[in-house]
Design a protein around this ligand. Sequence first.
Ligand SMILES: *Cc1c(COP(=O)(O)O)cnc(C)c1O
Length: 851
Amino acid sequence: MKVYGRITVFPIMPSRISRLYELAYNLWWSWHPEARELYSSLDPELWEQVGHNPVRFLSEAEPQKLEQAATNSQYLERYDSVINDFDHYMHPPQDETWFSQNYPHLQDKTIAYFSAEFGLHESLPIYSGGLGILSGDHCKEASDLGLPFVGVGFLYPQGYFIQHVTRDGVQEALYDKLHFSEAPATPAVGPDGNEVVISVDLPGRRIYAKVWKLMVGRVPLYLMDTDVDPNAPHDRELSARLYAGDREMRISQEIVLGIGGVRALRALGISPAAWHLNEGHAAFLSLERCRELVTQGLTFHEAREVVTANSLFTTHTPVPAGNDTFNYDLVDKYFSSYWSLLKLNRDQFMEVAREDHGWGSTYGMTVLALKLTGQHNGVSKLHGAVSRKMWQFLWPGLDVDEVPIDYITNGVHTFSWIAPEINALFRRYLDPDWGRYVDDPAFWDKRIDMLPDDELWKVHATRKELLINYARERLKQQHLRLGEGSLQIDEFEQFLDPNAFIIGFARRFATYKRAALLFRDLERLKRLLNNPERPVQIAFAGKAHPADDPGKALIEQIYRASRSPEFKGKIVFLENYDIDMARYLVSGTDLWLNTPIRPYEASGTSGQKAALNGQPNCSILDGWWAEGFNGENGWAIGEEREYHDQEIQAEADSIALYRLLEEEVVPSFFERGESGVPHRWVGTMKEAIRTCTPQYSMRRMVKEYTQRYYVPEIEQSVQIGENSYAEVRALATWKERVQKYWDGVQLYVQGQREGQLSLGEGITVKAWVRLNNLAPEDISVELVYGETREELAIPQHTIPMEYSKREQDGAYRFEAHLQPEDSGSIAYNVRVVPTHPLLKGKYEMGLIRWA
Ligand SMILES: *Cc1c(COP(=O)(O)O)cnc(C)c1O
């Protein structure tokens, strides 16, 4: 029959355990294994069948099992303890969270976080990869720290695809429908008590989205869905899937996410004081905020000052496919009735997001996000530098080091990724409450040696065995589906050997990640894997984007190798990589391999999960590992450099990798003491735990975001909102004036051009500036100096030059004294930059005049 409505009917729940419902509707269970066990232990088979989804689980649980649990004293003890923890978590006594202790005056503010995907749990497939996992982890930690935080995104009914691999290794994409009545989501209601439905205008029609609410601990996520009346069938599909469809679909989704997302918050009565754009997908939200302010009477320039003052943009990848651009035809089609609402004409509107790489202008979402937010960051130290170079064109005149894009290195939510057995070990030997010290390096430095080698080794062996069983089971299921006979199926029982050295490689199959790097020299790989004394095996997993043919070809190559006689049972490819599988892999293989083309891996986080579970990384010095590797906590493949030619790079990196494995990594693993424990290897495991757990934790990361961005933004937004935006209006007027006269600003310098000094001596430098209608307080004149390297000078030091007098001819005279602190060759120059107390940094306008 055709479905009209769908309702989930729960069995009658014994009242003694009735709060299992409430718990099911808060993703808090996703990082509390003892909470998940309240469900899974009732009926492990059903728990697997329902994909670890507690809501579905409860709707299908047999009433007798619930009745039995309600009278089982052991179960009730566990139940009471979990419920008690949950209540304490949700309603902590006054001032118990990190945020409320540090920022008691900001507790009534809201930080809004927009993301196209959220990776919270395997039963909620609204994520595709690293970006989504990061958002999910970010929300969980925001909840743990007590931030006043809300997430905004989509509740995709079909989510990201399920990966099937055929007998030939061909990836097939399947979509399962997530029925929202079976998801831990409820319709969001506004202050008037009605369910929230918002609308946005697309060409020739208005489309609607219903807003769902999903609780992640204390943090609500508001997720939109367009599969509602009275949308046309095509529009109902709009939020069906993640990263599917054509450019029109993409721009429509991004309009709903950005513009619709702001409207959803308004309809819910939420006025954020800080806004975080996680990736450029949501950048239209800044346009919508400008539109709101223009409606209140501000000009676009004024509105833009208000919007940028309290918003942050995080860029996540230098890979072009990860930075959306739209051609002007499409933007005309979707925004021709919108720019007039901003009181802009077409050219002015396009200019805001214009990107031009020599083959015509396009509308760039990353450019839009950079231009309409006041703070910007990349996701590792190296990625920050790469981003400054990549987007330097937006701040012409600035040296690349001065481009205002900073970085905060990614981390992982410790309790979502730590294996329960490792957690128990830490509790026993480090501190029963070690979770309180997750991001405190001193704790780890002091305590790590209290972990006995043999215990860590034993627990690791347990996790390895769990992974091997899981992998065999998954392989059997896959091949049963593919119609293999029972003999072949039995064979999988022998796949992967607990005594072998097992390398893990699981990530999206994007070509820059080079999953097949180890296959460049097949003979060498065969020798590595077939050494009877030191057997090596590899577990692969990962999805390629359905439109990425080269990525899919890599899967085929690896799958075929895994079925070939020489590698059978030694190389496995596990289909449908997801959060569940990731938990097995990051805690069950022996070495985590990462082979991206430097510098394309902006951060990477799976290696951080591995390290936390005592698994050393072996990785290219890219992303987080470029700063995380300390010489003792794992291995670095190749050199800290980039190559001009990717083929040469792959050749060099693969040779370095073979050599590392053959000469260092594998021998270290098989070097056993009398008791069979590889003490040297376990030393590396402990060093990985000690160094990576605190530094690459989500706790360290979210604290950094809060201290460096959210709190200053909230404070800015309070200041700016005063007196009907009087200050920003003045700033906008000032900026327009500076823009108008800047070209006519002239600078002459008088100072020694060549010569020698003795350390301790100095020179006086004078500069004259013709201001072309600007005033001396509109600018600052700086003497900049630093070491020289070939023809370039590195701007290391800046001395403000003092205004001394106005000359007869109208020029303003400035002076400074330059006295180098070190010997060596230095160079100096003088520059003028606009200054205003409300600028978010002196380079904000990108205007600079060098002598
Ligand atoms: C952690 C994780 C990722 C991201 O890992 P990278 O190292 O950034 O590639 C992707 N998918 C899943 C399922 C994960 O758990």
